[in-house]
Design a protein around this ligand. Structure first.
Ligand SMILES: [Zn+2]
Length: 112
């Protein structure tokens, strides 16, 4: 029985650690976004989802800090500066840039 309780306690401890790390990452993410110049932006065109009859406007994601915005909710001018756009991708590919990866992987795409 103690094995089960130990395992359960370990899971509880791990969950606390995950929560703590998520909070720490949120703070780090905010610092990263605040200090980033957003000079390496990936952009998708707009798309119309025929089955859902849903229009999706253009979207951009900074490949360095991960900040993203839709064209109908622009807040950060630097994200929409055309000189910052380094790549235009499909909507599906755009979501790959949500996860921060080592900067080398961002600047030297895997498909090249
Ligand atoms: Zn950025």
């Amino acid at each position: 029985m103690s094995g089960i309780i130990d395992t359960r306690d370990k899971i509880i401890g791990n969950n606390r650690e995950i929560k703590r790390l998520r909070g720490e990452n949120k703070i780090l993410r905010d610092e990263l976004v605040a200090s980033c110049s957003h000079s390496s932006v990936v952009k998708s065109g707009c798309r119309f989802e025929t089955l859902a009859l849903n229009f999706q406007p253009e979207k951009v994601i900074c490949s360095v800090c991960g900040l993203e915005e839709k064209a109908d909710d622009k807040k950060t001018d630097a994200l929409w500066d055309e000189s910052s756009v380094v790549k235009i991708v499909s909507w599906d590919e755009l979501f790959k840039y949500r996860e921060l990866r080592p900067l080398k992987a961002v600047l030297v795409p895997e498909d090249k």
